[in-house]
Design a protein around this ligand. Sequence first.
Ligand SMILES: *Cc1c(COP(=O)(O)O)cnc(C)c1O
Length: 384
Amino acid sequence: MIPERATAALTIDLDALVGNWRKLRARMAPERASGIDCAAVLKADAYGTGARQALPALVEAGCRTFFVAQVDEALTLLDLLPESVRIFVLSGPPPGGAAEMVAHGVIPVLNSPDQIATWGEACSKVGRRLPCALHVDTGMTRLGLSWRETQTLIHDRSPLAAMEPVLLMSHLACADEPNHPLNAQQLATFQQVSRAFPQLPASLANSSGLFLDPAFRFELGRPGIALYGGNPTAGAPNPMGQVVRLQGKILQIRQIDTPCPVGYGATHHAGAGRRLATVGVGYADGYPRAAGNRSMGRLGGWPVPLVGRVSMDLITFDVTDAPERLAHPGGWIELIGPGHGVDDLADECDAVGYEILTRLGSRYPRTYLFNGGTQSSAGQGNAP
Ligand SMILES: *Cc1c(COP(=O)(O)O)cnc(C)c1O
C-alpha cells in the first residue's frame, strides 16, 4: 500500500477520530437530550488530517454540523455534504462572497454589523430568510460583535429582519487553563447575551471548553483539536484516542568509529561506538525544525533520541540503544504515534499540538484507516 520508495508514511485513524467525536458528544448530551448536539471543526483541512476524509466519516457517525474558517474551505467540501448537514464559515461572508454562499447553502457566522448588513442584503436579493450564526465577542477580542455592538443589536433587532439566525456563539480565550478568571467572565457575559436571544441555540465550548464546568456546554459543542487526538485537558492524561501516526524510513545506518559532528552546524557530537540512523523526513514535511536535539523517535518501541539539527528532508537518530536487528535501512522510526503523541512532540519544541497537526506534510503518502479497512493516497493526499 505504501509505495516501497516512500521515505515517510502518515497514517490517519478515522475510526479513532470518530471515537473521539462520540466521546465529546457524550460530554455534551449524556442523556441524548434533544436539541443538544456536538459539531466538528474542520478548518485548515481538518487540522492537517484531511477534511475530505474526516467529513464523511463524521457524517456517517451522525455529526450534522461542521465549521470551517473560510468560504473556500466550505466550497471544496460541498459535494460531500448530505442535505441535512450544515456547514458554517467562521470568518463570515468575505467582501464579494455572500452571493456564492447563498448559492451553495453555506451558512455564515456573522462577526460584525457590516457582515450582518451584507447578509441582510444577500437575503433580500433572493427574497429568502437564510440561516446564519451570530458571533458575539465575550473577551477574546478577535472576531465577533463587541459588547457595545451586541447591546445595540439587542435593542434594535431590525438588522436581522431579513435573515434567519440559527445559532448564537462566542469563543473562549483560555479554556485550556481551567482556573483562568477570564473563563468565568466570558461565561457570565455569554449567558447574559443568550438570555436576550432565548430562542437561539447557543455554542461556547471548543475542545477544552467541553472539559470545563457543564455550564459552558450550552446546546452545541464546537471541538476541533480533541477530535484529532490533541489533549483538551492540559496537564492531565489525554482522554482522546490517537489519530495521527507519522513514520520515517531509515535511509542509512552509520556506525561511528571515531567521534564526529552530526548535521548542519555540527550541533551534536557522536562518540565512538554510537550507531546513527538517517531518516527521510525533514522540515519540508512539516516536521518542526525546533525538534533538533530535543525530540525522540521510537524504533520498534525503543525510544531513540533525535540528534543534530532537522534538515529540509532528513533527520538523524542515535539508535545505539535499540536492538541492532531493528536498525537497518528500510526500517521505520515512529516520529508521532502511540507513546509519543502530537502534544509530546509539541512540548519538546515549544509548539502546540495545533501547529504540529496543521503542518503535517503532503509530500509523503497517507493511509486512512476507516471501518477496520485502509484507504491510501500517494503524496498530496489532501488535494480535493
Ligand atoms: C478553532 C475554533 C474552534 C475549535 O477549537 P479547538 O480548540 O481546536 O477545539 C471552535 N470555535 C472557533 C470559533 C474556532 O476558531
